[in-house]
Design a protein around this ligand. Structure first.
Ligand code: NAI
Length: 205
């Protein structure tokens, strides 16, 4: 099955399975079951089996899943069996927090280049990386093989910067700016908007 045929909601659960399984590697039993995984995640075992069935046969009747093997397979499916270099655009408050977060590298993502438009920031260092002029993205990103970016600029600048990222060959953008940015179909955008997430919570409170 082509990856585009698989519902995005299924893809969105795979990193959650991967994260849980990675934590479970500390435990003695090398195997787990959809039941055990489901109980830990609050997801039904049927859902987990159905999600994984999109990608072929994984577990065995009776013994369940070999955790290590399932982790390897999930990493391959999500293409995180390799390390990804990521560009960070916006060396402000969020940019600083992201640049100092060790959790990316632990899980296969390395902030490799940082860009900003502020002349006071260009040429300075942020966690050991030089901050480059945003105008140089097309020159610097392709030769470094960087196709992923995190966007941490003000909402007013986000669309313009997204256009520049697309022009520079970026294929995936994680956007912190609280607006919908438009990109060509070949580029994947994922938003992180904590306010929208809080609003989703307040509905239930
Ligand atoms: P900030 O104002 O501290 O930093 C923004 C950075 O973007 C600055 O360094 C600025 O020079 C740079 N910038 C502006 N225009 C640019 C352009 N055209 N090209 C390249 N760089 C440019 O803002 P902050 O707080 O870091 O927020 C960044 C984004 O994240 C905003 O869209 C904000 O709404 C969002 N956000 C911020 C949160 C926070 O806790 N600070 C929380 C959630 C979202």
């Amino acid at each position: 099955m082509a990856s585009t045929d698989i519902p995005d909601i299924v893809i969105s659960r795979l990193p959650i399975y991967l994260r849980a399984l990675t934590r479970m590697m500390d435990e003695v039993n090398p195997n787990t079951s959809s039941k055990e995984l489901g109980e830990r995640l609050g997801i039904s075992s049927a859902q987990i089996r159905k999600d994984l069935s999109h990608f072929g046969e994984f577990g065995k009747q009776g013994t369940g899943y070999d955790k290590k093997k399932l982790i390897d397979q999930l990493r391959r499916i999500l293409k995180v069996e390799r390390e990804w270099d990521v560009a960070l655009v916006g060396a402000g408050a969020i940019g600083h927090a992201l640049a100092h977060y060790n959790g990316f590298l632990d899980r296969g993502f390395r902030i490799a280049m940082i860009f900003d438009s502020d002349p006071h920031k260009i040429g300075t260092q942020l966690n050991g990386f030089e901050v480059y002029d945003v105008a140089r993205m097309s020159e610097l990103l392709p030769p470094n093989g960087i196709v992923l970016a995190m966007l941490a600029v003000p909402a007013e600048a986000a669309q313009l910067v997204a256009n520049q990222l697309v022009e520079a060959g970026i294929k995936g953008i994680l956007s912190y700016a609280p607006i919908n940015i438009a990109v060509p179909e070949t580029v994947r955008v994922q938003d992180i908007d904590p306010v929208a997430q809080l609003q989703r919570i307040t509905y239930y409170v």
